[in-house]
Design a protein around this ligand. Sequence first.
Ligand SMILES: C[S@@+](CC[C@H](N)C(=O)[O-])C[C@H]1O[C@@H](n2cnc3c(N)ncnc32)[C@H](O)[C@@H]1O
Ligand code: SF4
Ligand code: SF4
Length: 479
Amino acid sequence: MGLILSPEVKMRHDGSRAILFSVNSTNSINDTAFRFLYPQQAVMLSLFDGKRDLNEIEKIVAYLFNLDLELASKEIESLLALHANREQTIGSLIVDMSRIDPEKARIYDPKDFIISAGSIDMTDTRCKYPCSLIVLPTMRCFTSCRYCYADREGAKGLEEFSLFLFERLLRDANECGIEAVDFSGGDLFCRDDAFDLIRLTFQNKLYPNIPTKYPLSKGQVEQLAEMGLSTIQISIDALDADIIDNLVATKAGYGRKILQTIDYLGEANIKVRTNTVLTPYNVKDAIRLARYLAELPQVFKAHFTCYGRSLYRHEDKMFCHLEDITEFESELNEIKKEFPDKAIIFSGLPGDPYSGDKEKRASAFWDRAFCTANRRGVVVLPDGRVTICEELYFHPDFIIGDLNKHSLLEIWNSPRALKLAHPDQSEVHDGPCRDCSDFHICHEGLGRCIRDALKAYGCDRGHWPDPRCPRAPVGNRMA
Ligand SMILES: C[S@@+](CC[C@H](N)C(=O)[O-])C[C@H]1O[C@@H](n2cnc3c(N)ncnc32)[C@H](O)[C@@H]1O
Ligand code: SF4
Ligand code: SF4
């Protein structure tokens, strides 16, 4: 059998170039893959069609690009050595056809990636169409978690989008090559039409990634399985039912129910991802939870994240302590060794962005992760408005459009979205970014984290620095 690109990633043309990206990293145990490709690179990768082996591909590349065999082989080698994320090279995303489900194989026509040499442009870090989609169907919840980062108050009184608008959005997303809807909120299952939203997502050939704290009944779980749901995220913070009840601030008895839901999911053959928010109130019990989850056959991914400052219901006492986290991490490492087939992930203790000397801060800042807001992804709010990052919610400065009035692509290419993506420094009226000589590279390169600027300096200071920036002043406590 021949070689092919893993079905976890896909190629799509992107106007003046092509992109390679993960179609559903939420469900994958690998990091999100993303890379801009020159047309000739996309053409070469499309030759990996599951029928040809490397020798045959080398011969075709030599013929197509008028190279001798040795040079063609070198071209392919250097293409496969390029990184698609910090861990994986493109080469590691090439698999033998016999290892994948033939129905999932993506076969490309190399001609689709050919564009004239003069129109190739690799400079813009913003995709011509979005390639990921977060949808907040509601801000209502079953629980009222003490640590919650969501703006639930801001949604009070807003009318939630209709099934009609949602279906139009799914069609727009399809046109952009998006294959998954990452739900958030709020809790999807608090909507009466939650099952209709899920059904519509499947009907439009997208996969619904659902995080929930809703204690689903056996019947509801069976209904989800019948609809084709094969994975779901349960957010659970402890194994001790009383600790769960306390953290999610709901009636006694909830903790037992959510543990029961995980059992129902196993019985219905739905695989479970979990997310646990670590605070001083559950960190001791979280290690028991980690072992419990690792032993459950239905759990394939267990994520542990330290509490991050919330813009809406923050208390300093929710931040984790270094000694608790050090102990947690070393015990979790033991569990990881025992269960090498499970993705047990700890995102680490967030560092204090203001500490360290200028040099260290600078090198960490210029090595930060790429911000995808308004460059690769969009976020749809419960009333159909569109913003650039989940945690900015209804903040008016970052709303880029309204699906009640425009299509997803119209919004993506709207003057408002483009202005936010390519900000004008002369409009920054105060703060360190106003006169910064790195303004352009900072905003159009890796990106400035606006969410953290708001958290550090207040909701009216979205134009202030990313608190990790060495020029950023000390603001609110972040860790
Ligand atoms: C905002 S919730 C939305 C989905 C759903 N309501 C839930 O709780 O699963 C998404 C995830 O963020 C987690 N989360 C909420 N507030 C957080 C905070 N301040 N720091 C870290 N994670 C948080 C939740 O526990 C949940 O796993
Ligand atoms: S963490 Fe999720 S369930 Fe809890 S209050 Fe926030 S949005 Fe609701
Ligand atoms: S965050 Fe502001 S001050 Fe820091 S490098 Fe970026 S533009 Fe300059």
